[in-house]
Write a protein that binds this ligand. Structure first.
Ligand code: KMH
Ligand code: ZN
Length: 316
């Protein structure tokens, strides 16, 4: 049985600083949480960048560079760089960190959805920053756009950078989008899919839906042609990870997708959620993959081939 890859997504573009005192958003906080998550058992860390002054999601590749360089100087984690960006960025903004940084792994959102996080606005009583409530509220009228034209653009940029796409699948039809891209030769198997359940606008986070996604992927893509992982937004995050690993999938946790570690209990870090998922894995006799084992399972080019490899070595 293949070892279990645990990914930690530490900041994302969903939550805002006022939603949790533990939420990391400065580059150093993001680095600390990523390094701690790796030490707790996360083979992969999934990173976004945020404005160091305001915590607003940012596409500034200098911030990305600072984050990935500092993480790389301190640990061996596979770094997955987002191209989801914030929900409002252009295609060019979203892809720039890939062309510049050439990471081992990068997210590729495999279709468009209503990406609605506006209910979170009501949870903020005293916003720390002016942008937070309008940002969340405006998603009532937001389509997170990932058209076929842009999917091809991201896939091409990743191929040129030697970066493996982590294909984010928010609903079952997106598996069909991926099949289309495979048919066109835009990407080649084996592919890596991340099933993202529980986003308002996407597929709800239930066991039945996870099975439906997996079985659809087996039929559409072929069992031997993909490696998969799942994550779930909000309170279903940890329970669904137990189901995922039992089904043979890999797991993603982190404050990007859930601020909690139990009912009403804020997680103090993504590392705390990683520890929880690693404990569940150990209880069920699953072995957790190291970063190098994850590289082998996913077919990654290796840390020394990233765009920041020399800088990180120099910073050591
Ligand atoms: N936070 C996930 C729901 C990306 O980074 O490209 C979406 C995500 C997208 O992880
Ligand atoms: Zn993300």
């Amino acid at each position: 049985m293949a070892k279990l890859i645990v990914t930690a997504a530490v900041t994302g573009a969903i939550h805002t600083p006022s939603l949790s005192p533990y939420f990391p958003w400065t580059p150093d906080q993001i680095v600390e949480d990523a390094v701690a998550a790796h030490a707790a058992g996360a083979a992969v860390v999934h990173v976004h960048a945020r404005d160091p002054q305001t915590g607003r999601p940012s596409s500034d590749f200098n911030i990305f560079r600072e984050i990935v360089t500092k993480i790389s100087a301190r640990c061996d984690a596979v770094i997955c760089v987002t191209t989801g960006g914030s929900l409002f960025m252009s295609m060019e903004e979203r892809v720039r960190p890939i062309s510049v940084l050439q990471p081992e792994l990068a997210s590729l959102n495999s279709g468009s959805i209503n990406f609605a996080i506006y209910p979170l606005a009501a949870k903020i009583k005293e916003p720390r920053f002016d942008w937070e409530i309008p940002y969340l509220q405006s998603t009532e009228d937001l389509i997170f756009s990932n058209t076929f034209k842009t999917l091809k653009y991201y896939a091409k940029a990743m191929k040129e950078a030697g970066t493996k796409p982590e294909l984010e699948v928010y609903d079952v039809g997106m598996i069909n989008n991926i099949r289309h891209l495979l048919d066109l030769g835009v990407m080649q198997p084996p592919i890596y899919m991340q099933f993202v359940l529980g986003i308002l606008g996407g597929i709800p986070a239930t066991t039945q839906n996870l099975v439906f996604l997996y079985e659809t992927a087996v039929r559409a893509i072929g069992e031997k042609n993909f490696v998969w992982s799942a994550c779930a937004a909000g309170k279903t995050q940890l329970p669904l990870m137990a189901v995922t690993m039992t089904m043979g999938g890999n797991t993603r946790v982190g404050l990007e997708d859930s601020l909690y570690v139990g009912p009403g209990q804020l997680a103090k870090s993504s590392a705390e959620q990683v520890t929880r998922v690693v404990n569940i894995a150990n209880q069920l006799s699953f072995e957790v993959a190291t970063s190098d084992e994850a590289r082998a399972i996913l077919g990654l080019k290796g840390k020394s081939h990233t765009g920041w490899a020399e800088t990180a070595a120099g910073a050591r």
